[in-house]
Design a protein around this ligand. Structure first.
Ligand code: ADP
Ligand code: MG
Length: 368
């Protein structure tokens, strides 16, 4: 069983209107795999430097085509949705066909570009839609009569430490239960809908349905951004006839759009919103603690307890972090000086995630 580090990508977005109105300065520079951040309060200080598997410059150098998609102008280094898919999504897809579990999660403060990269807006489709589209395209090229495919789709959100099924109309009060499989040790959501899908357009409809039923609450940071973690899961099975029966190669893909990583106090939240902030931070700080513990383990530290059980998010992402999965983290960055502290903390978070070692295996078993 080979150990493989979590792949980490960072991506910096264009200025938003608020940043333009406040005449924000860009504090991020990128050079190859390097990302540098300049402290606006200390202009003479050297920038802090980080190295990642991928550093995506999506700050400038693009133009809008008549259909509304952002594409690089000639000679620019703007990283568009397709570039990000080619590097990250295509790998997920190849691994899924080989029978590996894959996970991809997006981290960053509200408004930094997590949903843009993972889900996308309109014609600027993100990693999940393109990956699903390509999955069905690749499946349709199969001409082996002994091979068939099954795809299951589910979508949930974790909000205030409760799980809601985004494909279900009647969620129980208090949320769905998260249980542990006594044999395999893995956590799962009891009663979560897993719908069979036979085409990309069916997935598109389900994504739409799921997105509609998300809990949306506004904060000062971003009026429409969800304060919940959204998890899309695709189970991709390949059933192959052999001389003495059938075998099944199975891949579970977890695609996670995390809630904003900013501290509750910086969003001006009070009352219920503050409680949400605390719970969101509970899941995210648990994620941070799991990442730290795994980073310590991979650096040779002994007797480290990995606190997966501390939050719903870390229970459900257990395989993605230090387990049987090939995992990618994409950290979304605001370019603006006014977000310096949050962006620096995102870069540090991403830097720790690089150290996590996973142990992915091909999931292939005879069917009885
Ligand atoms: P988050 O999900 O982190 O809260 P969003 O993905 O919704 O943030 O992004 C906030 C805004 O910035 C959106 O209007 C989005 O279209 C824009 N944006 C984010 N990333 C990019 C990018 N790489 N290129 C162009 N626009 C982007
Ligand atoms: Mg979002």
């Amino acid at each position: 069983m080979a150990l493989e580090a979590v792949k980490v990508a960072v991506r910096v977005r264009p200025f938003n209107q608020r940043e333009i109105d406040r005449q924000a300065k860009c504090v991020i520079k990128m050079d190859g795999q390097m990302t540098m951040i300049y402290n606006p309060d200390a202009p003479n200080e050297d920038p802090k430097k980080f190295s990642f598997d991928y550093s995506y410059w999506s700050h400038d150098g693009f133009r809008m085509t008549p259909d509304g998609s952002a594409e690089p102008v000639r000679g620019s280094t703007y990283a568009c949705q397709r570039t990000v898919f080619d590097d990250l999504g295509q790998g997920v897809l190849n691994n899924a066909f080989e029978g590996y579990n894959c996970s991809l999660f997006a981290y960053g403060q509200t408004g930094s570009g997590k949903s843009y990269s993972v889900v996308g807006y309109g014609v600027n489709r993100g990693i999940i839609p393109i990956t699903c589209d390509e999955l069905f395209k690749t499946m349709s090229t199969n001409n082996d009569p002994n091979k068939r495919y099954e795809v299951l789709f589910s979508m949930l959100e974790i909000y205030n430490e409760q799980v809601r099924d985004l494909l279900s109309k009647d969620n129980p009060k208090g949320g769905l239960n998260v249980r542990q499989n006594p044999k395999l040790g893995m956590f799962y959501v009891e009663g979560l809908k897993k719908v069979p899908v036979g085409s990309y357009s069916e997935i598109e409809k389900r994504m739409e349905q799921g997105t509609q039923s998300r809990t949306v609450a506004s904060t000062n940071m971003n009026a429409t951004s969800s304060r919940a973690h959204t998890v899309v899961t695709i189970v991709f099975d390949q059933i192959i006839k052999t001389n003495n029966g059938e075998t099944k190669k199975s891949s579970t893909m977890n695609l996670v759009d995390l809630a904003g990583s900013e501290r509750a106090d910086s969003t001006g939240a009070t009352g219920d919103r503050l409680k949400e902030g605390a719970n969101i931070n509970k899941s995210l700080s648990a994620l941070g603690n799991v990442i730290s513990a795994l980073a310590d383990l991979s650096m040779g530290k002994k007797k480290v307890m990995v606190p997966y059980r501390d939050s719903i998010l870390t229970k459900l992402l257990q395989n993605a972090l230090g387990g049987n999965s090939k995992t990618i983290m994409i950290a979304a960055l605001s370019p603006a000086d006014i977000n310096y502290d949050e962006t620096l903390s995102t870069l540090r978070y991403a830097d720790r995630a690089k150290k996590i070692q996973n142990k992915a295996v091909i999931n292939e078993n005879p069917l009885d």
